[in-house]
Design a protein. Structure first.
Lengths: 309, 363
């Protein structure tokens, strides 16, 4: 397990480094980064002063070196909006998004395993066709529109749920989580169904049945364990995609998470914060990918053995 | 009995089935194809003459067969009709409506949908009195003019790179896959957000970003197909005759990989459309005075309580288009897979009879 982890860490360090470099060069590709960092209304003196203070008058390799050293110290400068250190703002916002995404993925995976298995048990039955159609629809609904419809129906018309904000009981979670949930859930149901159909037609299922195993034991004891590998891969990809949803959901429902922070810093041209947020998201995504691989190795001995020690 | 393959799910999984996944989906599919082909001709007595190559599908008796199959599947037929309607509206709608999408009339601001206000009042008006129907038509053209070029670009570049990498293998393959991994491990919205921060949001930039962000999807699929096909006998034979690798890829590998790639493209079309509308909704996509469906939702949001139609209708337009594309993609996937095509020639109710789990196994 340890060599597996080490190998995986090293192979994901390279893309991560590419991202760090990418952010640096993107900031310099359009010319003077001072334009990016300072608000549009900054005067010429402010620009010169800022340029000297941030070391933008140095040569490009020297700037790159400074940037890398600062990034290694988690120092991404201060926000132009609030004057707070960018790292601090990002770390404050991060747990909110993580909670939201965690709850969503947990619900999506559990729900999809149940519904998908049920649909796959009798392919082309009524249950299967309803599940397929619903999951296809769920995967193709634009999440921002779904959120607004939720607000319109449950917040405005019926008045059951709050329309935005993070103050209150468990009911504040319903609409944001439901919005984030639809796409991963829809996609996962289809994946679970597909891979369960394959697993259920495998010889070992036939043997299990002929030995008199109950349907529940056949599905959850035999087939699901073997069908779970592609589900894990797709779930990992979908968890990465949750960042997309988080941006939307946090903007609509006013949650102070990292997605809202990113959009706010774009609209108010606060590059230091945007940069810190992007890099933190990148690190999280790479950690997540490693986690998915570890889960693969845990559920499938073939993956474990395939990695040379 | 042909083995059941995961249909739509397989495509989704294909995007992620890479380094660590043990069972290679592509190889799996091919096995089934080979095994299922004789069954296909046996089960399908009507028109299938056994020429099951994708090239054969272009000949006219087969084309008729395709139409008939489409007619048999009600969901796919409806989806095809909806999609063609959207395309027609996008192509010719602007000629019909003229400048009505921008024409303001403050006297008739926020009129609800009604049958009494003529064609352009059918879906009501927005806060500036502009016809929502006209704006929907205008937005259809904008939305498709971003989504279609983006999908075509990523399909062409991604497939070419993927087939090339998969056919040659070795260092070229691993380099291409590394690059794909880096791009794909980023949420596309995040890439778009950062790039649109640096460059100004415009339709062209949107197309470029979406194309780059989706190239890895085709690259992975094409690579998997080519890597599996390169060791086939007919490729070996072509190589023995001294065929240059460019022609082998183009004439022997591409036709087999094409149906899969097109299915992926159809699914990806939904994804690109949704991303474009999300970006427009967030204010960093299509900019006014241009209008896209996502932007319309954003503009209607503040009048949600008084004028629901401004927000609901463009959202419905997005849902209808993307759901249709998904349904049609699932159908095309089944129709181009010789091992499964026979299912489509049966009436829907009878298809269940030969389900993936053989009936004798169901307790």
């Amino acid at each position: 397990m340890i060599p597996f982890l080490r190998k995986r860490m090293i192979s994901s360090a390279i893309p991560l480094f590419c991202v760090v470099l990418g952010v640096f060069f993107l900031a310099r590709m359009t010319g003077n980064p001072v334009d990016l960092y300072l608000p549009l209304s900054a005067t010429a003196e402010q620009r010169a002063e800022f340029s000297a203070a941030q070391g933008f008058d140095l040569s490009i390799p020297a700037q790159l070196w400074n940037y890398l050293v600062d990034a290694a110290h988690l120092d991404f400068g201060t926000s132009l909006r609030t004057g707070q250190p960018a790292t601090e703002m990002v770390l404050d916002a991060f747990p909110v998004t993580l909670q939201l995404a965690g709850v969503t993925m947990l619900l999506a995976i559990t729900g999809a395993l149940l519904v998908g298995s049920l649909a796959a048990y009798r392919p082309n039955s009524l249950v299967d066709r309803i599940a397929s159609l619903l999951s296809m629809t769920a995967a193709s609904i634009p999440d921002f529109w779904f959120a607004i419809m939720g607000v319109l129906v449950f917040g405005v018309s019926l008045g059951w749920l709050p329309t935005s904000g993070t103050l209150g009981g468990p009911e504040i979670w319903v609409l944001p989580v439901a919005t984030l949930l639809i796409r991963p859930f829809g996609v996962l149901v289809q994946v679970v169904r597909g891979s369960m159909v394959t697993a259920l037609s495998a010889p070992y299922v036939k043997i299990a049945r002929s030995k008199g195993a109950t349907p529940r034991r056949v599905i959850f004891g035999h087939a699901l364990r073997n069908a779970v590998t592609p589900v894990l891969t797709v779930a990992g990809d979908l968890a990465v995609g949750l960042v997309n949803g988080a941006v939307i959901v946090e903007t609509i429902f006013g949650w102070p998470g990292i997605g809202k922070l990113m959009i706010d810093s774009i609209l108010q041209r606060d590059f230091a914060v945007l940069q810190a947020a992007v890099l933190l998201t990148a690190v999280t995504i790479f950690a997540l990918n490693i986690l998915v691989d570890v889960c693969h190795a845990l559920t499938d001995p073939r993956v474990r053995l395939a990695v040379p020690a | 009995m042909p083995r059941e393959e995961p249909t739509t799910a397989d495509t989704t999984a294909g995007a992620g089935a890479d380094t660590t996944t043990v069972g290679t989906t592509a190889a799996d599919t091919r096995d089934t194809t080979a095994a299922g082909a004789p069954d296909t001709t046996a089960a399908d007595t009507a028109a299938d003459t056994g020429a099951d190559t994708p090239a054969g599908a272009a000949s006219s008796p087969h084309r008729a067969n395709w139409w008939r199959m489409l007619g048999r599947d009600r969901a796919a037929a409806v989806a095809a009709v909806v999609l063609s309607l959207v395309v027609l509206v996008a192509l010719f709608g602007r000629l019909v409506i003229g400048d009505r999408a921008q024409r303001q009339d403050l006297d008739s601001s926020l009129r609800p949908p009604s049958l009494g206000d003529g064609v352009y009042g059918l879906f009501g008006t927005d806060v500036l009195g502009r016809s929502v129907l006209a704006r929907l038509i205008d937005a259809a053209a904008t939305t498709l003019s971003v989504a279609v070029p983006a999908v075509l670009c990523s399909l062409l570049i991604g497939s070419a790179l993927g087939l090339w990498a998969g056919y040659h293998g070795g260092r070229r393959e691993s380099l291409a896959m590394r690059v794909a991994d880096v791009i794909l491990s980023f949420p596309s919205l995040l890439i778009a957000v950062v790039v649109l921060y640096v460059f100004s949001p415009s339709a062209l930039n949107l197309v470029l970003i979406l194309a780059v962000a989706r190239i890895p999807v085709y690259l992975r699929t094409a690579r998997a197909e080519a890597a599996e096909l390169r060791s086939r006998l007919f490729v070996d034979a072509a190589r023995t005759f001294g065929t240059p690798s460019r022609s082998i890829i183009y004439r022997h590998i591409l036709p087999i990989a094409l149906p899969t790639l097109l299915t992926v493209a159809a699914l990806d079309f939904c994804f690109v459309m949704l991303t474009e509308s999300s970006l427009s909704f967030l204010g960093i996509g299509i900019q006014p005075p241009d209008v896209s469906w996502g932007l319309m939702v954003a503009q209607g949001r503040q009048y949600l309580q008084t004028a629901w139609w401004i927000t609901v209708l463009p959202g419905l337009a997005i849902v209808f288009t993307t759901v249709s594309a998904t349904v049609l993609a699932a159908w095309v996937r089944m129709a181009t897979d010789p091992a499964q095509r026979w299912r489509l020639t049966l009436p829907t109710k009878r298809r269940g009879a030969s389900a993936a789990v053989p009936p004798e196994l169901i307790p």
